[in-house]
Design a protein around this ligand. Structure first.
Ligand code: NAD
Ligand code: WQD
Length: 342
């Protein structure tokens, strides 16, 4: 019988791509999402890609009663992948309690359910945001975390600590935190992708919306950083490659290959690209015009970060595969599909 995986936040950006990869790998998937930042139609598109419609339950995972009722109904789960969270850095500064409530309570409700209902395995979405601006690059898993710059970033650090402490006294529970660098791009079908509500904060959705004519021009935030071309540098990881890392992590837990019952890994490409390199690559690979201008730095931004992925490569046996060009082509294909552009 197929192993059954709960994917929280499974109609969201990274969750939907991971549902596809899990189904392709033969897992039986149950999605929980309250649709606070995603659309139910995503399930139709997952079904178009894989031929399988995942089971779906809509409720708020920060509600302990509803989460407990879910575990009573789905009593055969082998593992959980926990994507559900609020993720807008700027909004988290304005609404700290909403962010702490949502992101911390949902994790704690899941951990309580794992203990009560004997579910052994959890993979958690963490973020390179826990490193802040590192002193030494690239960052390894031994790089110390820095104090968070935002309530959002703090929820990721606190969630990691909650898992570490919980695993210490619950030997039957296993958690892997994946620290994502900057996920971008979309599924090659163009059927699922990132669908930000309102004006995008992140670079690639802003670029694709500008190319599609929804925005007048891209503002490049700062060109006076200590980087080769003065614009900030990030490690942009293809969302399908990232999703595959979750399948690998789930197999590691189910096959009991782990070294400890709480582990964490950097999930990136190992390459840093600047904002201007990315903008130019987008224009070149997609043959589109893109208006942009350099403006001042965005408050709270770090200058540069990229991952040392050797621990994930060697220990998980996972490696990012797609080129930046392929990834930027997939992002544009998705945006065109959404906007009905030929
Ligand atoms: P997303 O907003 O597209 O997906 C999250 C999903 O969770 C949404 O569908 C939302 O409706 C759902 N959700 C939120 N709170 C919920 C709750 N209490 N109960 C039920 N459903 C709830 O975000 P994403 O980009 O796919 O990110 C997924 C995870 O990865 C998040 O934990 C995020 O913090 C983390 N992450 C994202 C990035 C990034 O740049 N996208 C980088 C690092 C880490
Ligand atoms: C990338 C680069 C911007 C928009 C955020 C979160 C982080 C993680 C990923 C979840 C930066 C520049 C952007 C624009 C620009 N999320 N930029 N013009 O800031 O690296 O990380 O998302 O964990 O926690 O902080 O990603 O895509 O916003 O920015 O010049 O209109 O693009 O200044 O250098 P960031 P981003």
């Amino acid at each position: 019988m197929s192993k059954q995986i709960l994917v929280t936040g499974g109609t969201g950006y990274i969750g939907s791509h991971t549902v596809v990869e899990l189904q392709n790998a033969g897992f039986d998937v149950v999605v929980v999402d309250n649709l606070s930042n995603s659309q139910i139609e995503v399930l139709d598109n997952i079904e178009k890609i894989t031929g399988i419609r995942p089971a779906f339950e809509q409720f708020d995972l920060a509600d302990s009663v509803l989460t407990d009722a879910f575990f009573q109904k789905y009593n055969n789960l082998d593992a959980i992948i926990h994507f559900a969270a609020f993720k807008a850095v700027g909004e988290s500064v304005q609404k700290p309690l909403e962010y702490y409530r949502n992101n911390l309570n949902s994790l704690m409700n899941l951990l309580a359910g794992m203990k009560k209902y004997d579910i052994a395995n959890l993979v958690f979405s963490s973020s390179c945001t826990v490193y802040g601006q590192p002193d030494v690059l690239p960052v390894t898993e031994a790089t110390p975390r820095k104090e968070a710059e935002s309530p959002y970033g703090n929820t990721k650090a606190i969630c990691e600590d909650i898992m570490r402490d919980f695993c210490k006294v619950n030997e039957a529970v296993n958690c892997i935190a994946l620290r994502y660098f900057n996920p971008i791009g979309a599924h090659e079908s163009g059927l699922i992708g990132e669908f930000p509500v309102g004006v995008p904060n992140n670079l690639v959705p802003f670029i694709t919306q500008t190319a599609a004519g929804l925005r007048d021009e891209l503002s490049v935030f700062g060109d006076d950083y200590d980087t080769p071309d003065g614009t900030a540098v990030r490690d942009y990881i293809n969302v399908v490659d990232l999703s595959k890392a979750h399948v690998v992590a789930i197999n590691r837990l189910i096959d009991d290959k782990k070294k400890a019952n709480y582990e964490f890994f950097n999930i990136g490409t190992g390459e840093g690209y600047s904002v201007m390199q990315l903008v130019k690559a987008f224009i070149e690979v997609n043959h589109v015009d893109l208006k942009y201008k350099v403006v001042g730095r965005r408050e709270g931004d770090i200058e540069k970060i990229w991952a040392d992925t050797s621990y994930a490569n060697n220990e998980l046996g996972w490696k990012s595969e797609k080129t930046l060009e392929e990834t930027l082509a997939s992002a544009w294909k998705w945006e065109k599909n959404v906007r009905g552009i030929q």
